[in-house]
Design a protein around this ligand. Structure first.
Ligand code: ZN
Length: 178
C-alpha cells in the first residue's frame, strides 16, 4: 500500500463534485487498496479525516480515525478507523456553533467556521451496509468538513469573517483562547 500525496487548494479535483462510489465495487480489490491508501496517507499526514478527492480520487469516500483523543482541537471522543461511502448529511436541529478548522489540503492555516452542531449522517460502511449515526458538537463539524470535500467544497467557502483566518503559529499565539 502507498502513502499518497494530499493535493492542495488550487488543484481542480478539490473543486469537483465527486462521483458516488459504485456500490457493487465496495469490497473489491480496488476498493480495499483505496481504503488502505487513505488510512496510510491519513497516518502519514497526521490528520483525523481524509476524503478521497484529497488524494485526487474523485469518489464519494471518506475516512475518519481519532485514536489519539488529545488533539489541537481539544479532547475528542475516540473514533476507530471508519469508512463512509456516499454519505448524506441532514441537520437535526438549527443550533450553530463555530470552531477553528484546519485541512490537510490547506496546510499551515486555520479558519473559524460556523456550522450546525447536531447532524445525522446516512452512509454505507466498508462492508456496504447502510448505517445511520447522529453526532453533536465538534464531531458534527468534523463530519461536515470531510463530507464537504465530496461536494467540491473547502472550509474557506464557509468562513464568514476573513479576519478569523490565520497561520497556525499566529492562531496559537493570538486566537487559541477566543
Ligand atoms: Zn479538509
Amino acid at each position: 500500500m502507498t502513502v499518497q500525496t494530499v493535493i492542495r487548494m488550487g488543484h481542480p479535483t478539490l473543486r469537483r463534485v465527486a462521483k458516488p462510489y459504485p456500490v457493487d465495487n465496495i469490497g473489491s480489490p480496488a476498493f480495499q487498496v483505496l481504503i488502505q491508501d487513505m488510512q496510510e496517507t491519513l497516518h502519514a499526514y497526521g490528520g483525523i479525516g481524509l476524503a478521497a478527492p484529497q488524494i485526487d480520487v474523485s469518489y464519494q469516500v471518506a475516512v475518519i480515525e481519532i485514536e489519539n483523543t488529545t488533539t489541537r482541537y481539544g479532547e475528542l471522543e475516540r473514533v476507530p478507523f471508519s469508512v463512509f461511502v456516499n454519505p448524506v448529511i441532514s441537520v437535526a436541529d438549527g443550533e450553530i456553533t463555530g470552531y477553528w478548522e484546519a485541512c490537510l489540503s490547506i496546510p499551515g492555516l486555520m479558519g473559524y467556521v460556523e456550522r450546525p452542531q447536531h447532524i445525522q449522517i446516512d452512509y454505507l460502511d466498508e462492508a456496504g451496509t447502510a448505517q445511520s449515526l447522529e453526532y453533536q458538537g465538534f464531531m458534527a463539524t468534523v463530519f461536515q468538513h470531510e463530507f464537504d470535500h465530496l461536494q467540491g467544497k473547502l472550509y474557506v467557502d464557509r468562513m464568514k469573517d476573513p479576519t478569523q483566518f490565520a497561520f497556525d503559529e499566529e492562531y496559537h499565539t493570538y486566537h487559541v483562547d477566543e
